[in-house]
Design a protein around this ligand. Structure first.
Ligand code: PMV
Length: 356
């Protein structure tokens, strides 16, 4: 059996930063301190292929190879990254039957044999373009497709039932927090354990990612979630983010891109100031990131655009699709040394193929 899925990355407009103790009293289930809201992308994504060799062996393996019919590059996983990935595969196996039951779906109690995973990313790994979000969303969806006893019913339920997608998103969240926002689109709210698409009347948006560096980040996001709590700015962070989250939802319904841009810029600044004031302080900003931020501050102070960075040095410029080529030209002219990745809003993770 073989399945191929595609899961997009997402870029947070109100950021998830800081974890709270879940029901089990630990931080491991990735319950956020504050609600977050993101824009789902489309071409910036991870392909996950899972093939199963039926038989008694359960020696699952990961092969660093681009799957057939997929694009991009195979990621280079660290051994800790690989362990986390394979742990999530087993989490999916042990939890899928319970997750499926309310949707009248049956999941096999275990994988029908040894699983081989091949994945590729269409963007540089670990450079602030949430590869963990897209890769864990893809893994969760691929595992669900393999475990489904009735593939056709699974496919229809996944496509039609947003509550089912939310249940898969919640499982994915335990592997990587922000991955839970990659199952819907274009705007997705994540509050506590719940994830859902948010109503919007905005015209379609584009995300231009200025790749100032494709190097691995020095401080992983788990460490960032921990360390921000040592910042004096942590006081009030939850209420600041919650207020922005509420106002952003209003801006989406009112088709108020200008309010969206102001909120998203403020929240990105807030998060990066938390990093800078943590003990010890840290920063994802590199020389190039600062140049791009300064360029917007000094040369385009009145531009109604979102300028935001996740836990990485690359700068995301989010604009209406109608302005995409204008801003691409502006950035290429001013920063010919930085590649620009151009993507558009998307609809969330999808199943491309299930072959029995
Ligand atoms: O999902 P994690 O644990 O990699 O956290 C990602 C957090 C940010 O990307 C910095 C913000 C966000 O909401 O995506």
């Amino acid at each position: 059996m073989k399945v191929l899925v595609r899961a997009p990355s997402n870029i947070a407009l109100v950021k998830y930063m800081g974890k709270t103790d879940g029901k089990n009293g630990d931080l491991s289930t990735n319950i956020p301190e504050n609600p977050s809201l993101s824009l789902t992308l489309s071409a910036l994504c991870t392909f996950v292929e899972m093939s199963v060799l039926a038989g008694p062996s359960r020696e699952h393996r990961f092969i660093a190879e681009v799957p057939d019919h997929a694009k991009g590059e195979a990621p280079l996983l660290s051994s800790a990254g690989l362990q986390k990935y394979m742990r999530h595969l087993l989490r999916c196996e042990s939890r899928m039957a319970e997750l499926f039951a309310p949707f009248q779906l049956t999941a096999r109690s275990e994988f029908p044999g040894a699983c081989t995973l091949r994945t590729s990313n269409t963007f540089p790994s670990a450079a602030g373009i949430a590869s963990s979000a897209s890769s864990f969303a893809g893994l969760t969806l691929a595992a669900a497709a393999v475990l489904a006893a009735d593939s056709d019913l699974f496919l229809t339920t996944y496509r039609k039932n947003s509550e089912f997608r939310a249940a898969l998103a919640a499982l994915s969240r335990e592997g990587s927090g922000s991955s839970c926002r990659s199952f819907e689109g274009p705007f997705v709210a994540w509050d506590g354990e719940g994830v859902k698409a948010v109503e919007s009347h905005l015209p379609p948006l584009s995300d231009l990612v200025v790749v100032v560096s494709a190097l691995e980040k020095k401080v992983g996001s788990s460490e960032a979630h921990r360390r921000v709590k040592s910042s004096p700015n942590w006081v009030g962070r939850t209420s600041r983010a919650t207020e922005r989250f509420q106002n952003l939802k209003i801006a989406l319904v009112k088709n108020d891109f200008s309010a969206l841009a102001t909120i998203a810029r403020a929240d990105s600044k807030d998060m990066h100031e938390l990093f800078a004031t943590s003990v010890p302080p840290f920063s994802y900003l590199e020389k190039g990131s600062k140049q791009v931020l300064d360029f917007f501050k000094q040369e385009h102070p009145d531009a109604v655009v979102v300028v935001t960075l996740d836990a990485g040095p690359n700068v995301h410029l989010i604009v209406p699709q109608s302005e995409e080529s204008h801003w691409k030209r502006v950035l290429n002219l001013r920063f010919p040394e930085f590649p620009i990745l151009v993507d558009r809003e998307g609809a969330g993770a999808e199943i491309l193929e299930i072959r029995k």
